[in-house]
Design a binder for this molecule. Structure first.
Ligand code: SAH
Ligand code: MG
Length: 196
């Protein structure tokens, strides 16, 4: 991967206020990926490709990332960025709504990274579990959503997002087949390992 290009991609995304993965969150995920050395990663929410490019470094040789993005402008930028970072052979973008695309996937993945519409997290979880290998890991970003999720905050337009994030946390912590940790890094990170 081309690190100079990666820094430029990050800088531009931050300037454009695109919600790319935060540094401390990336550090935690990188550590997991380094240990896991996944063959296949599924990402929900590509944005401009920054996190996918970062994750591609930890793939097994011949490994790849499938990533889903519904915003066509971001898809175009992600394609250019992936090319600049010289990882086109490792990242495949699906353009469209993940709610429609996920049910069409017939593969299994070692890691699923959920980083898209917060109101859809329970649905994404259901699909992630369907697509997850034994020993697979589901990682979800933004699960504490600025602290709203763990407070009694219950107003305004974020209400649906907060309700669905709470439901996501309840499901991953209560599912007997998952071992889950909720970390306060970045905007909140849920790491759920499928038990053997
Ligand atoms: N993972 C990226 C950041 C993703 S930001 C990174 O760290 O670099 C979240 C992205 O998810 C946005 O670009 C948004 O357009 C996309 N998104 C939100 N809901 C979606 C959905 N239902 N289907 C596909 N993409 C979605
Ligand atoms: Mg995020």
């Amino acid at each position: 991967m081309n690190k100079v290009e990666l820094e430029k991609i990050k800088k531009k995304a931050l300037e454009e206020k695109i919600p790319i993965i935060m540094d401390d969150t990336l550090e935690v995920i990188s550590k997991i990926l380094k240990e896991q050395s996944p063959l296949k990663i599924l990402e929900i929410g590509t944005a401009v490709g920054y996190s996918a490019i970062c994750f591609s470094e930890y793939l097994k040789p011949n490994g790849y990332i499938d990533t889903i993005e519904r915003d066509s402008v971001r898809v175009e930028e992600a394609k250019q960025n992936i090319k600049k970072a010289e990882v086109e052979n490792k990242i495949h973008i699906f353009e469209g709504d993940a709610v429609e695309i996920l049910p069409t996937l017939n593969e299994t993945y070692d890691v699923v990274f959920i980083d898209a519409a917060k109101g859809k997290y329970p649905f994404f979880l259901k699909e992630a579990l369907r697509c997850l290998n034994t020993n697979g890991i589901i990682i979800a970003d933004n699960v504490l959503y600025k602290g709203y999720v763990m407070s009694d905050y219950n107003k305004h337009k974020q209400r649906t997002a907060v309700r669905n994030l709470r439901e996501y946390i309840a499901e991953v912590t209560q599912n007997p087949n998952l071992q889950t940790e909720i970390l306060e890094v970045g905007d909140g990170l849920a790491i759920s390992k499928r038990k053997k």
